[in-house]
Design a binder for this molecule. Sequence first.
Ligand code: ATR
Length: 280
Amino acid sequence: MHRIKGTTQVVGIFGNPIHHTASPKLHNSLYSKLNLDFVYIPLLVDPSQIETAVLSIKATTMRGVNVTVPFKEAVIPFLDDLHPLAEQVGAVNTIINSSGRLIGYNTDVEGFCMGVFEEWSLSLNGLSCVVLGAGGAAKAICYGLLKEGIGSLSIANRSLARAESLGSSLSSFSIPIQTYDLEDSSLIEELSSADIIINATSVGLKENDCPLQSMSWVRPEQYVCDIIYEPCETQFLSLAKDKGAKIMNGIPMLAGQACLAFSYFTGKNIPYTILKKELG
Ligand code: ATR
């Protein structure tokens, strides 16, 4: 049982909705196990009040917050400083109150890569990758892949214009980036020759649906990942598994980003494997 005292450091998560978040349970359980005088609370923020919500962090002694949908970009104008990676990605998922200065970080980028290394012992260097989706999550993953030195990247999205805009925002990395409409028939060739394919769309989250019309291209040598973790196996993953591919859901990315956020909040490093075990 968590004991909140006058000295307890307060951490939270801003989102809307927020009831589904796994983060309070995860962080509070680790605080108890490690005997850390911290508490982590869910905070439902009205979108019209996001500025007030962010400023309330520095008006108080709150240690910081995680930031989830739909505020990862919206919080930026109200921060005092951005970590270079958060600035590049244009999204913040962790805010730290550093003696009254609010610093924005993005732990999704490195969290995704940490999950890939830990689960698959896979070096991304030189690999050919396809990312499905062009929203905030896809953007963080593309940055992670590019930072790790992948050989080529294709981005496929329902709205081609959004894929193109993401592609051009990544042009400072000197590797070829192709963009596709999700329904483009030539995408199949890219998919079948890729080493790693990641679903970063929200398709499969609510309905038992697949972002691609066909999964006939899957080969057993391929690594197929979905950032969705609820359900724990989307149709996209189960079809890829049927074809013998190595699959991974969104839990490793969730664990990886939480590992990094935990260390920003508490100053303590926690091994990925211990944190992931908490997620069940
Ligand atoms: P997040 O921050 O979680 O990435 P987002 O920015 O809203 O959320 O992005 C959601 C992604 O899922 C987008 O790539 C979106 O495609 P569009 O850019 O065309 O909207 C994709 N997506 C959502 N619903 C979809 C659907 N029914 N079919 C295909 N793609 C879908």
